[in-house]
Design a protein around this ligand. Structure first.
Ligand code: ADP
Ligand code: MG
Length: 335
């Protein structure tokens, strides 16, 4: 019964979003949702787990932040391939006490508020899901995002060519810096009044930037920075069969990371969850300084992969070279 009440609450909250959405012909309420990808497009699908104590902590993250981050991860995957979001599906397992308090301003309501705010920002409807009582006292959420892109045009990890420049959107290290501050400060839930300036709690997926990169054919390969620059660049290199050189001084540091002083570079290189886009483009392309309001910075280039040469090299301003090892952390619980 409680599940049914909750589903009804979700349906009411999301009907407005979904019905304005041309991609969702039928949303929450039937056995299946019906989606209509635009003609000439193909569908892209990504799924992401959000697990309590692995991806978030109830004593550290506000429910709004958990809802936001849950959707942001999937949106960022769509952004990295240049897709336009069509619909989200959410499977949710909730401890019975939270299910009982799902009305009013309970945890679940606030979780959905956070999710919905970001969904509205990107005009993506929640078109379905599943709800169950969690067998443990843990919140588990699995989100599925569907997007569309013109057939054959999605940006993959594998398209970079030798000599291509390496670019990043926005700035790096902010999410790791904010999380570090949250973990070292007194345990308190941050109820951010504004979504801006909270790269860990409220990351902003680069949907519009990714879409423009695809539409204007600016990038040859792209990935989102979810595990950290060093790890995600290694993915781009391996998929494209190339090596890369990164200019240390060119890496744009988030203001929160800069405050770490000596730790700033580490946060930018290895701190995950910045959800910026890392992409390759031919050196001949005149890259705009900003795309969809997001700064674009050239931080290095791709070179042929040679035996016994490192996959990734960090170039210091004095010209010295150091091997860059993939060290991005992948899960919250490692901290
Ligand atoms: P069924 O038993 O046929 O799967 P449900 O009672 O589980 O139906 O779900 C009814 C409707 O509510 C479906 O459209 C389903 O997609 C939607 N729904 C259930 N849980 C969620 C959720 N957590 N988020 C979004 N939609 C949900
Ligand atoms: Mg069901």
């Amino acid at each position: 019964m409680r599940e049914l009440e909750l589903i009804e609450q979700i349906r009411r909250a999301f009907t407005a979003t979904a019905s304005q959405d041309r991609a969702v012909a039928l949303g929450i309420g039937d056995d299946c949702a019906i989606l209509r990808p635009p003609s000439g497009s193909e569908m892209l699908v990504t799924t992401d787990f959000t697990l309590e104590n692995r991806h978030f902590r109830r004593d550290l993250h506000s429910p709004e932040s958990v809802g936001h981050r849950c959707l942001a991860r999937g949106l960022s995957d769509l952004a990295s391939m240049g897709a336009v979001p069509m619909a989200a599906f959410l499977s949710l397992a909730v401890p019975s006490d939270l299910l009982a308090k799902s009305q009013g301003q309970g945890w679940i309501t606030r979780f959905f508020n956070g999710l919905q705010k970001l969904a509205k920002l990107h005009s993506v409807g929640l078109a379905g899901g599943d709800t169950a009582e969690s067998p443990a006292n843990l919140i588990l959420a699995d989100i599925i995002l569907l997007g569309s892109a013109p057939v054959g045009r999605s940006m993959r990890r594998s398209g970079a060519k030798p000599g291509d420049s390496l670019y990043v959107t926005g700035s790096l290290g902010g999410a790791a810096a904010e999380l570090g501050a949250m973990l070292s400060g007194p345990a308190r839930r941050t109820r951010a009044a504004s979504l801006i300036g909270h790269p860990h709690l409220f990351p902003q997926p680069r949907i519009a930037t990714g879409r423009t990169l695809l539409r204007r054919k600016l990038a040859t390969a792209c990935i989102d920075v979810s595990d950290g620059l060093s790890t995600d660049l290694a993915h781009l290199c391996r998929a494209s069969g190339l090596a890369a050189e990164v200019e240390r001084a060119a890496i744009p540091l988030h203001p929160l990371a800069r405050r770490l002083e000596a730790g700033a570079l580490n946060a930018a290189l290895h701190g995950g969850e910045d959800y910026e886009l890392l992409f390759a483009a031919p050196a001949s392309v005149r890259m705009p300084r900003e795309i969809a309001g997001v700064p674009i910075t050239r931080i290095g280039r791709f070179i042929p992969k040679r035996a016994k040469q490192p996959l990734m090299t960090l170039l210091a301003p004095d010209g010295s070279r150091a091997t860059l090892e993939p060290q991005g952390w992948e899960h919250f619980s490692r901290h």
